[in-house]
Design a protein around this ligand. Sequence first.
Ligand code: A3P
Length: 336
Amino acid sequence: MAHQQFSPQSAIVGSEEHDREAIDELIASLPQRKGVVRPFQSLYQDFWCPTYLLPNVIALQRHFQAKHKDIVLASQPKSGTTWLKALVFSVVNRSRFGISNTPLLTSNPHDLVPGFEYQLYGSNPTPNLDSLAEPRLFATHIPYPSLPESVKQSDCRIIYISRNPFDAVVSSWHFYLETAQSNDQPKWSLEEHFEIYCQGKISFGPFWDHMMGYWKESLERPHKVLFLKYEDLKEDIVGQLKKVAEFVGLPFTEEEEEGRMIEEIAKMCSLKTLKDLEVNKAGKIPVLNIKFENRSFFRKGAVGDWVKHLTPSMVDRLNSIMQEKMSPFGLEFKTR
Ligand code: A3P
């Protein structure tokens, strides 16, 4: 896919009205396709961006100024974003909040770690983020090459969570279907969804480019990008939490370890605990006029659920994509 020549920093200058016109013109010039849930996706800087988010992405790219202490959580949808948000929020804020008074008890993780393109740049192209407590925590689904320059150039840290594509495609089908239903939109089959996924046309995809962008950066600059796998978190949450804490410069002390703080954080952030909280059973995250139900972010949380859904030919197809696009660069996943 050709790289779009547009540079958000240079192409849009002048009054707000002028900006809006320039953005509209740009969006109109991009290849578009009918997406899932939201009607359209646009191919922007080599990824399929939900069209309604594009003005937010462009504003973010133009205006966001990273601070050295910032932590950006990056992922593709349905890879464990919600879990990562809860975990990192807890690690970073452990001296401010204990388990009994953690804001996780009353707020959905997506409200505690807001997304750049969905929440922060949704209603205002220049939100005031200076007053946020440091280290500031942000989240994004944008691929690495399209992150704001200041995120890439500064010393801020990026934590990426990936997930094996077999479970990710099944999870995303369930999620988008549920979201479509609660927004009175038509259903579609797993076969249709799988096809879109394998063609690379799922939101923020192609999925292989998304993972490889962060993977390669994590190999080149391990102090900058920590690449996590959902399956590793399921297998050894304590070990992975230690890794996260060290990466953000806040390693657990011996005293904390002896006091079983890591286990407490893991338990607080477990699927079972979060799923059973009132705040996550009810409530919605509105993004323009679409509503994401809080509860739809918590389903099974299993490794290997795909076995019940994917046919042998689907498995072969996904395997060959992974072998072609990821394995040569050393990226492999446990799938069960
Ligand atoms: P499943 O649909 O396979 O159950 P995201 O947060 O990126 O939208 O990803 C959602 C997936 O992560 C869903 O997977 C969801 O159940 C799972 N998940 C959400 N919270 C979790 C948690 N605390 N622990 C483990 N998995 C979690």
